[in-house]
Design a protein around this ligand. Structure first.
Ligand code: TYM
Length: 342
């Protein structure tokens, strides 16, 4: 463990690929807002460099990046309180990413389950970037000396790798320079599951749109998707143990709890004994009441793209006040000759 005391600082990121969904909102964004309002400096990022590890149409990528920025603000991220950036405007992420490519070991990277899932059967044809991605993710975090990283459950292995990279760098160069970051995987909805299959996580890449709630879905679509969500014939139990072996039921209760800022036990104390025919409309109403204002605000912000672009430019200016000195110090540690005044 590191001896140095680091400023409590949060970093997290979301890929600007396609629509934001309920899993991103409950597992990540809503938690980002909570941490912004606690005692942390907070940096939130649209990770556009990560997005191109799989093919992205350039126009779509630009639109998704601005839309994600609008989503952050609509969900409650205040660009004055938090630093809001797109990754490519802060070049130190990619520069530290290269150093970490030289610290991370092939064997570590080969164990990354997300690479295996994403590359699928055709791994030979996956981009080199997709393989190296977790080292860039470590750089995203450590270029800020971030101490806490709120994410959903699926990012846990990448955060363990981030700790391994920091530890190896510190050890190899005999320094106590990078913090050993804490993953923050908390709340009732760290793994929101598909509405069609309770064993798969809700994801942007699922071909079935009915499997997820998109942040841009209208009230009718949200209600219909919840009504059609797969469940089992039993009613709701009064205690959490009653949800074991019932992944679909558990998923809907978790979502209700997270949306309503309650624990699963509190929800079941109120709802135990209800049938899904009664619970689903209540969940739909709650979801619409929380999500509709966000999607309306997102649409309003998207009408003023110049303002979004200004927010990102300002964010990168503030970010670089942190990242440039950390990169310079890293280069010094590694032995890169610094530029002199000419
Ligand atoms: P991404 O873009 O896939 O997802 C963004 C965030 O949403 C969470 N998430 C979920 N949470 C609960 N249930 C789900 N079904 C669900 N689906 C997604 C993810 O856990 C994540 O927190 N590698 C990251 C982006 C990244 C990053 C970083 C994150 C790049 N650099 C540095 C933290 C720190 C990713 O692809 O997330």
């Amino acid at each position: 463990m590191s001896e140095t005391t680091f400023t409590p600082r949060v970093f997290s990121g979301i890929q600007p690929t396609g629509n934001l969904h309920l899993g991103n909102y409950l597992g990540a964004m809503k938690r980002f807002v909570d941490m912004q309002n606690a005692d942390f400096e907070t940096v939130y990022c649209m990770v556009d460099l990560h997005a191109i590890t799989a093919w992205q149409d350039p126009k779509d990528l630009m639109k998704s990046t601005r839309e994600l920025c609008a989503g952050f603000i609509a969900a409650g991220i205040d660009p004055e309180k938090s630093i809001l950036i797109n990754q490519s405007q802060v070049p130190e992420h990619a520069q530290l990413g290269w150093i970490f490519n030289c610290v991370a070991r092939m064997g570590w990277m080969q164990r990354m389950t997300q690479f295996k899932d994403k590359a699928g059967k055709n791994a030979q044809n996956a981009s080199l970037g997709l393989f190296a991605y977790p080292a860039l993710m470590a750089a995203d975090i450590l270029i800020y000396h971030a101490t806490h990283v709120p994410v959903g459950e699926d990012q846990k292995q990448h955060l363990e790798l981030t700790r391994d990279i920091a530890t190896k760098f510190n050890h190899d160069y005999g320094v106590d320079f990078f913090p050993i970051t804490e993953p923050v995987i908390e709340g009732a909805a760290t793994r929101v599951m598909s509405f069609r299959d309770g064993s798969k996580k809700m994801s942007k890449s699922d071909p079935s749109d009915a499997s997820r709630i998109n942040m841009t879905d209208d009230a009718d679509t949200i209600a219909k998707k919840i009504r059609k969500a797969k469940t089992d014939p039993e009613g709701l139990p009064s205690e959490a143990e009653g949800l074991e072996e019932r992944p679909e039921a558990r998923n809907l209760v978790n979502i209700y709890a997270a949306l309503n800022d309650q624990s699963v036990d509190q929800v079941l104390a109120d709802m135990g004994g209800k049938q899904f025919s009664e619970f689903k409309p209540m969940l739909a109403e709650l979801a619409v009441s929380k999500l509709a204002p966000i999607s309306t605000e997102m649409a309003r912000l998207m009408d003023n793209q110049d303002e979004i672009d200004r927010i990102l430019a300002r964010g990168s200016q503030r970010a670089r006040e942190i990242t440039a000195p950390i990169l310079r110090k890293t280069y010094d540690i590694v032995g890169m000759v610094p530029p002199v005044q000419l």
